[in-house]
Design a protein around this ligand. Structure first.
Ligand code: GLN
Length: 192
């Protein structure tokens, strides 16, 4: 299995380190042709506007959107989650639109308002999970097909629709591999 990581900007190397730790092959996705060799893709945290503009300039955006619509599994963290959501509150910018969620950028405030806290993962409730929030978005207006995988203070922070998961926090910045493992299981079970 080879997992792609969108590597235009942001925390892509942190995701790659986690996959390596799990004994998995991964490759950095910078060009359209890089999409040919992957079975799933991670969209990292960083700046969603920069990632969108760079990938649009490289034509990677439209090709990625096509593959995602054909069922390529995707995991978006923070800025990556913003890109995968259906729409952005008070912004008219295009997204990849894979998960029926309206997202509010920087909903928790500025960089200094970043925080970490324990959450419970519905698919792994035996131990609390330390989630790191950095200028996190908030998931609002969630469609009926979307499954809640974790919340923090009654706000959804980890969601799934079909082969797509999004987190408003940064699983790549912890040593806890459970969310990445969950995504790998989605790829393995795809189409079953
Ligand atoms: N605030 C950033 C954005 O809107 C996301 C922050 C992050 O990925 N840590 O793109």
């Amino acid at each position: 299995m080879n997992i792609g990581i969108l590597a235009l900007q942001g925390a892509f190397l942190e995701h790659q380190k986690i996959l390596t730790k799990m004994g998995l092959n991964s490759s950095l996705v910078k060009e359209t042709s890089d999409l040919d060799k992957i079975e799933g893709i991670i969209l990292p945290g960083g700046e969603s506007t920069s990632m969108r503009l760079i990938s649009q300039r490289k034509k990677l955006w439209s090709e990625l959107k096509l593959r995602l619509n054909l069922g390529l599994p995707a995991f978006g963290t923070c800025a990556g989650a913003i890109l995968l959501s259906k729409s952005i509150v008070e912004e008219d910018t295009e997204t990849l639109g894979l998960i029926d969620v309206q997202v509010k950028r920087n909903a928790y405030g500025r960089q200094v308002d970043s925080f970490d806290d324990f959450i419970d993962l519905k698919f792994s409730p035996e131990k609390a999970y330390l989630a790191i929030f950095i200028r996190a978005p908030r998931f609002e207006k969630i469609g009926p097909q979307v499954e809640l995988l974790a919340e923090h203070q009654n706000q959804p922070v980890l969601l799934r629709e079909k082969n797509v998961i999004i987190s408003s926090f940064h699983p790549e910045l912890t040593d806890d591999l459970r969310i990445h493992s969950y995504f790998i299981d989605i790829i393995k079970n795809k189409g079953r």
